[in-house]
Design a protein around this ligand. Structure first.
Ligand SMILES: *Cc1c(COP(=O)(O)O)cnc(C)c1O
Length: 319
């Protein structure tokens, strides 16, 4: 297969133009002072459906043939990819079925149903969602669009960093929230093309450092489902397509603790007036807590999503 390149991301950008939002890039003097750096926050919490996942979903569905459109789309997701596929499908008149874990946040399940998708529930500790997905795709003839291990998904996600660099020019460091690696792989491709000297760094939860282990070992490492408040990054392994790009274009992978995520949620709310979900804080936490040395540098931060129940948000920030 031909390795993914920046022209693939440019093609994705033109497919999703006018459908996905061009999200704002925010700055904060308080954040800059705290990190002693110039921070640029690319705010995908303001993306349609509340997370960058809408980009990849739109790009993947835009490439469906008439036959695929007719049979519909199927996916599995702990939340944001589900909402993204559900909305993207409904906007283009495609039927969607979503396999979701029984303990997915209620807000995400409700939103997915609200976009008109059929929700199929499974037990994430006992059942294998990839297997259920393959079986249903076979039985129903639907096309499976997984949340990260897919070329069109990676290219769609890469459009967020592309927009960021278009606005800021070259950066010294780009910090990206990391789960299965769709956002990180796409961002890295954009960074290599638009800011070749920028260090691209993935940030994952401390409890689930499979990405860091994979980069060190040179192959995809699988771990147990991590126990973290970052529900969007509760994945057990990087995708294969993702890993190929990550080992080629990503400089490092670091981790942050749940306590650092909570502190960052508070900072975003108090100082920047933004609601950011725990997973959406991964990259910002690495900059604000000195996990990555950024002093004196120009730093891009992907804020990946803002979907968190208000009750859960309140419980986390007041604990
Ligand atoms: C899915 C998701 C991530 C992780 O993205 P991957 O492409 O799986 O690495 C990070 N933040 C949010 C808000 C997400 O929904």
């Amino acid at each position: 297969m031909i390795p993914l390149q920046f022209s693939d991301i440019q093609a994705a950008a033109s497919r999703i133009a006018g459908i996905a939002h061009r999200t704002p890039v925010l700055t904060s003097r308080t954040a800059n002072a705290r990190a002693n750096a110039q921070l640029f926050f690319k705010c995908e919490n303001y993306q349609r459906t509340g997370a960058f996942k809408f980009r990849g979903a739109c790009n993947a569905l835009a490439r469906f043939t008439d036959e695929q459109r007719h049979a519909g789309v199927l996916t599995y997701s702990s939340g944001n990819h589900a909402q993204a596929i559900a909305l993207a499908a409904s906007l283009s008149g495609i039927k969607a079925a979503i396999i979701m874990p029984h303990d997915a946040p209620a807000l995400k399940v409700a939103a997915t149903k609200g976009y008109g998708a059929e929700v199929i529930v499974y037990d994430r500790y006992k059942e294998n969602r990839e297997e259920i997905g393959r079986r249903l795709a076979f039985e129903r003839g639907m096309t499976l669009i997984p949340p990260y291990d897919h070329r069109d998904v990676i290219c769609g996600q890469g459009t967020a960093a592309m927009e960021l660099f278009e606005e800021t020019g070259p950066l010294d460091v780009l910090l990206v929230c990391l789960g299965g690696g769709g956002l990180l792989a796409g961002s890295a491709i954009s960074a290599r093309a638009l800011s070749p000297n920028c260090r691209v760094i993935g940030v994952e939860p401390e409890a689930g450092d499979d990405g860091r282990q994979s980069l060190a070992k040179g192959e995809v490492v699988t771990i147990a489902v991590p126990d973290t408040i970052a529900d969007g990054a509760m994945v057990t392994h990087l995708g294969q397509h993702n890993f190929e790009v990550i080992r080629r274009d990503v400089d490092a992978i670091v981790t942050v603790s749940d306590a650092q995520l909570v502190d960052t949620m508070k900072f975003c709310a108090e100082r920047m007036k933004m609601v950011v979900e725990p997973t959406g804080c991964l990259a910002a936490a690495a900059a604000l807590h000195g996990v990555v040395p950024v002093a004196g540098l120009r730093v891009g931060i992907l804020v990946s999503g803002g979907n968190v129940d208000l009750a859960r948000f309140a419980a986390l920030v007041t604990a």
